[in-house]
Design a protein around this ligand. Structure first.
Ligand code: PLP
Length: 401
């Protein structure tokens, strides 16, 4: 029997896979499954971006590029940061990676020593703890709650910090909670960070364009030059421009950090796929109408799914104000029985039963550090939202004490 590495054996398997697998099986059997599982826009990449990628290939962009990205791609990110956040950076502050996901992994590998802590507000995106652990780090959760819209407070942060704390993770707009930190809330967190000189902040701003109010998006590193020095910002084109499969993301940080990440990337992937960089440049610098239209539709869906969800007795939830997720609390329904007489005692059991009885796929919150919740992505049509939420309401109404 092949002996696998301890590193990989320590990684937690994903409980979301169970639901995805059952959903696929049911669909193959011909059932009409409504899926709220998607972590990606249901729109196509805008045509001007596709064309830029195709043209790049025709022009022979099929060779290795500079490891950290082409000068033009890094400049495009610098220009985007100037025009969108009024932040002055140079191409040397930018690394283009295989999605924000790999940029994050590089940053953990570049900054975290074994035994150092990731301070992780929950609920969180599943890859953060896994990546910190792969870098040898440990994870300390800072629990968020529905009462404070899943946002951590400065006091909570201050209490969590130890001399071993290396990275604070901030994800706004958030996956999986769909909420956005206000500027004031971020300023209060920044004040705490500045009191602890060894603590870095990883600001995951991949959903930055997808914001529906009342909070306006604030990029954490723009709060002050001191905070910029202590922050690695992650962003990309996956979510804003419907480009998840192109695998283009980037990180912005002080030059020595970018150099360290580049050293790692040089051994891991080399540059990203050459023809995707001109497409990224077109996304960031070309017409923005497609993004604006997507945002409008996400805003309408956010309002609809929230209204339908909060009308279901026994379910509580926060209004989604960013990204494309809603994270209802279903714990009041734990202990009830489904149509087969089976007790539902966890989000995973709730999700499995909902799928088997009503053919609605949602993601249970256990893996996100939100065991009382299920996550629904509203990156799906209004019709699917209406149909799925009606089935969810029926499912809850049919549960027995
Ligand atoms: C919070 C968050 N960060 C980062 C990513 C990674 O995005 P990508 O690697 O496609 O740029 C995702 C994708 O699901 C995400 O939800």
């Amino acid at each position: 029997m092949t002996e696998l590495s301890e590193r990989v054996l320590r990684l937690k398997p994903s409980s979301t896979l169970a639901v995805t697998t059952t959903a696929r099986e049911l669909r193959e059997q011909g059932y009409d499954v409504v899926s709220f599982g998607a972590g990606e826009p249901d729109f196509n990449t805008p045509e001007n971006i596709v064309e830029a990628g195709c043209q790049a290939l025709r022009q022979g962009k099929a060779r290795y590029e500079n490891v950290a990205g082409t000068p033009a791609a890094r400049q495009a990110v610098a220009d985007y940061f100037k025009s969108r956040f009024n932040r002055d950076i140079t191409p040397a502050n930018v690394i283009i990676s295989t999605g924000a996901k790999h940029a994050l992994y590089l940053a953990f590998m570049a900054l975290m020593n074994p035994g150092q802590e990731l301070l992780l507000p929950s609920p969180y995106w599943v890859s953060y703890p896994a990546q910190a652990q792969l870098a040898g780090g440990t994870v300390k959760e800072i629990p968020g709650s529905l009462e404070n819209n899943f946002k951590i407070t400065p006091d909570q942060l201050e209490e969590a910090i130890t001399p071993n704390s290396k990275v604070l993770m901030l994800c706004s707009p958030s996956n999986p909670a769909g909420v956005v930190y206000s500027r004031q809330e971020l300023e209060a967190i920044a004040e705490v960070v500045l009191r602890h000189p060894n603590l870095m902040v990883f600001a995951d701003e991949i959903y930055e364009r997808l914001v529906y109010g009342p909070e306006e998006f604030t990029s954490f590193a723009t709060l002050s030059p001191e905070i910029a020095q202590r922050t690695v910002t992650f962003n990309g084109v996956s979510k804003s421009y419907a480009m998840t499969g192109w695998r283009v993301g980037y990180a912005v940080a002080e030059e020595p950090i970018i150099k360290a990440m580049t050293k790692l990337q040089g051994h891991m992937t080399s540059s990203i796929t050459a023809c995707t960089m001109p497409a990224m440049i077109e996304a960031l610098t070309g017409p923005q109408d497609a993004v604006n239209s997507m945002v409008k539709q996400f805003a309408q869906r956010a309002a609809r799914i929230y209204d339908l969800m909060k009308a279901i007795p026994g379910i509580k939830c926060a209004r989604p104000t960013g990204a494309f997720y809603i994270l209802p609390d279903i714990s009041a329904l734990f202990g009830k029985k489904d149509a087969d007489g089976k007790d539902l005692n966890s989000a995973a059991e709730f999700a499995q039963s909902l799928l088997r009885h009503k053919y609605v796929a949602v993601v249970p919150g256990e893996d996100f550090g939100a065991p009382n919740h299920i996550r629904l992505s509203f990156a799906t049509s209004m019709e699917q939202i209406d149909k799925g939420l009606q089935r969810l309401a029926e499912f809850v109404a049919e549960l027995q004490p």
